[in-house]
Design a protein around this ligand. Structure first.
Ligand SMILES: [Zn+2]
Length: 217
């Protein structure tokens, strides 16, 4: 179920970033249906300042408040997430086995909404605009997309869990994500092009609902 890295912050990908291997371990442990589970942050995280760690932990608490996902500190779990500051903001999709990294570049990714977004990838969710039914809700303007990033816009055979397409999802790209030039729209909502997309404030109510459905909370 892996389709490789899911990247979404074009600005951050231009940073050279710290390339230290990760030392911020979170583990995964969930009762009912482990795609991947939970984790809180261990004390060994020299890569991140205490303020940054606070931001990451705050994002993890949003899951605890709204879903049955609990991020707990890793002890000896075989499968776990390692949060690192590499180039860009990215995560692998769902549980991959062993250590899997979530990259939160210190120069552009350590914001609550961005952290939530990447952790939701690790929980198994794609970008909203790659949903199987997206063509009814958005138009992808391929000519405006940076070619090397076009894979981020490929439609996926997603399990939509009987939930509606959600423009307000934290997993939805903004309208100029990976644009060849500023102001060139890569995604246009249809039929109403003025609908807002791309918020990174926090999980939408449908984001929360989906996590709870997938994990049978
Ligand atoms: Zn993403």
């Amino acid at each position: 179920m892996s389709i490789g890295r899911l990247e979404f912050h074009p600005a951050a990908t231009q940073q050279s970033g710290q390339q230290q291997p990760g030392v911020l371990f979170v583990s995964v442990a969930h009762q009912s249906r482990p795609l991947i589970q939970s984790g809180s942050i261990s004390s060994e995280a020299p890569e991140f300042t205490s303020y940054e760690r606070g931001t990451i932990e705050g994002a993890m608490r949003a899951f605890a408040s709204n879903t049955c996902i609990r991020f707990v500190q890793r002890s000896n779990e075989r499968d776990f997430i390692s949060i690192v500051s590499k180039q860009g903001c990215w995560a692998e999709l769902g549980r991959t086995g062993g250590m899997q990294e979530v990259s939160l570049n210190r120069g552009g990714c350590v914001y609550g909404g961005v952290v939530q977004h990447e952790l939701i990838h690790a929980l198994g969710f794609n970008h909203e605009q790659t949903r199987s039914d997206r063509d009814n809700y958005v138009r992808i303007n391929w000519q405006n997309i940076i070619q090397q990033s076009a894979y981020n816009f490929q439609k996926q055979d997603t399990n939509n869990l009987n939930t509606p397409y959600d423009y307000s999802s934290i997993m939805h790209y903004g309208r100029d994500a990976f644009a060849v030039a500023p102001g060139r729209e890569t995604i246009t909502p249809i039929p109403n092009p003025n609908v807002q997309i791309g918020q990174r404030q926090g999980m939408s109510s449908w984001d929360i609902k989906r996590i709870n459905l997938l994990y049978r909370c």
